[in-house]
Design a protein around this ligand. Structure first.
Ligand code: HPA
Length: 243
């Protein structure tokens, strides 16, 4: 019985918080998924690096359906995902963590549902609470216990990528109520809802979004901030698993 799956975003590839690590794979209707299984705090944990173990899969080509299907298939009920994000909100600064509670979907070319008619039928899933309130609360409590400051809510704008945004897009997203911008949370969170799993994301702000920062944005900047804060995100994940 797997207690929780971690989907590690940019900068979170290191499974070494786990012991007795083994590789497993599951065939799904959408393709095969390889993942790690290990133990921490007497719990069995699955770990998927979202972009592949060497960051070789760009956001728009991630096999979101296969990943979520595989986790459901092995009995996972709770998923804690991490995401690197740019910030539109001056109170959410590089290095800060945010437990997002809503999203705005600006993706374009992704299959975002398990339900495409035919045998599986047509389903309109409720996303009033897209992110699991119970797991979100556990993350907020874990952050307090680990002495890590965290924003307990925030609106995640998901773009198609893989390019970063224009300053005009960022101004529009800010007017629409977005706080953070990233490229991966949709459809991941939606598929987890369809699969009736409890899914929460911890977003790590790696940069101010285009136009808010006066500097051109680079992937190197994103990776540098992730690296500087990797110890903190590891501690937060460990504390969340412990609780
Ligand atoms: N935009 C989109 N995705 C991101 C960003 C950003 O500024 N930073 C990290 N992921």
């Amino acid at each position: 019985m797997i207690n929780i799956a971690i989907i590690g975003g940019t900068g979170v590839y290191d499974p070494r918080i786990l012991s007795n690590i083994g590789e497993e794979s599951v065939d799904t209707p959408f393709g095969g998924v390889k993942f790690l299984v290990g133990e921490y705090a007497n719990k069995k944990i699955a770990f998927i690096p979202r972009h592949g173990s060497k960051h070789s899969i760009p956001p728009h080509l991630i096999n979101y359906r296969a990943n979520i299907w595989a986790m459901k298939h092995i009995g996972v009920r709770n998923i804690l995902a991490t995401t690197a994000v740019g910030s539109l909100n001056l109170a959410m600064k590089p290095g800060h963590f945010v437990v997002v509670d809503q999203f705005l979907d600006f993706t374009k070319g992704r299959v975002s549902s398990f339900y495409e008619g035919g045998q599986r039928g047509v389903v309109h899933v409720d996303v009033t609470d897209p992110y699991c309130p119970t797991l979100r609360q556990v993350v907020v409590t874990a952050a307090a216990a680990a002495d890590i400051s965290i924003h307990a809510s925030g609106v995640y704008v998901c773009t198609e990528g893989p390019r970063f945004e224009t300053p005009a897009e960022i101004r529009m997203f800010a007017k629409l109520g977005g706080d953070l911008v990233g490229m991966t949370n949709v459809p991941e969170v939606v598929l987890a809802r369809e699969a009736e799993m409890c899914y929460s994301t911890v977003s790590m702000v790696t940069n101010f979004a285009a136009g808010i920062s006066s500097q051109p944005l680079t992937h190197g900047e994103v990776l540098d901030t992730m690296r500087e804060n990797s110890e903190k995100i590891k501690r937060l994940i460990m504390k969340t698993i412990e609780l």
